[in-house]
Design a binder for this molecule. Structure first.
Ligand code: 5GP
Ligand code: ZN
Length: 136
């Protein structure tokens, strides 16, 4: 279902024009308006889901297959040297648009971008405690 006040619903449906790289019944892939690097694109499912938690499993599976295809095209045509897939969920994680989207960010040697985190430190015991919390 489309959400009335959602900008990515409007872009995905074509109501708002975008620089579209690919579209099918379920997805639209567009260029990001504020590209981190040349070719920075977003995969948008047409069906509204706010984030990964709301995304149907079937769509989640399709997204990665599509990402692989678009990434291959980027490598072939833009000659990028690498590729970051970034997917933010929730304000705490840096999500600014509440409609699931997967970033494809082509990387070029010495492109000056940083898509990183600061590695922390922890003991084996702490790791084990977290493992217990999370393992089935
Ligand atoms: P987030 O921070 O939610 O993971 O990413 C949102 C992304 O959407 C940002 O990279 C931003 O540049 C992009 N964006 C926001 N509004 C628009 C828009 O209207 N059109 C396009 N093409 N990209 C947008
Ligand atoms: Zn939406």
């Amino acid at each position: 279902m489309k959400k009335e006040d959602c900008i990515f619903c409007k872009i995905a449906s074509g109501e708002i024009p975008s620089k579209t790289l690919y579209e099918d019944e379920d997805f639209r892939v567009i260029l990001d308006l504020g590209p981190a690097t040349k070719g920075h694109a977003l995969i948008l499912p047409r069906e509204h889901a706010a984030d990964l938690f709301e995304l149907p499993e079937e769509t989640a599976a399709e997204v990665l297959v599509l990402a692989k295809r678009i990434a291959a095209r980027m490598r072939e045509r833009l000659h990028c040297d690498g590729m970051n897939l970034v997917q933010n969920n929730g304000e705490a994680a840096g999500q600014t648009v509440s409609h699931f989207h997967l970033h494809l960010i082509p990387r070029y040697q010495d492109d000056g971008q940083k898509i990183n985190w600061v590695p922390g430190e922890c003991t084996q015991e702490e790791l084990e405690n977290v493992r217990r919390e999370l393992a089935e």
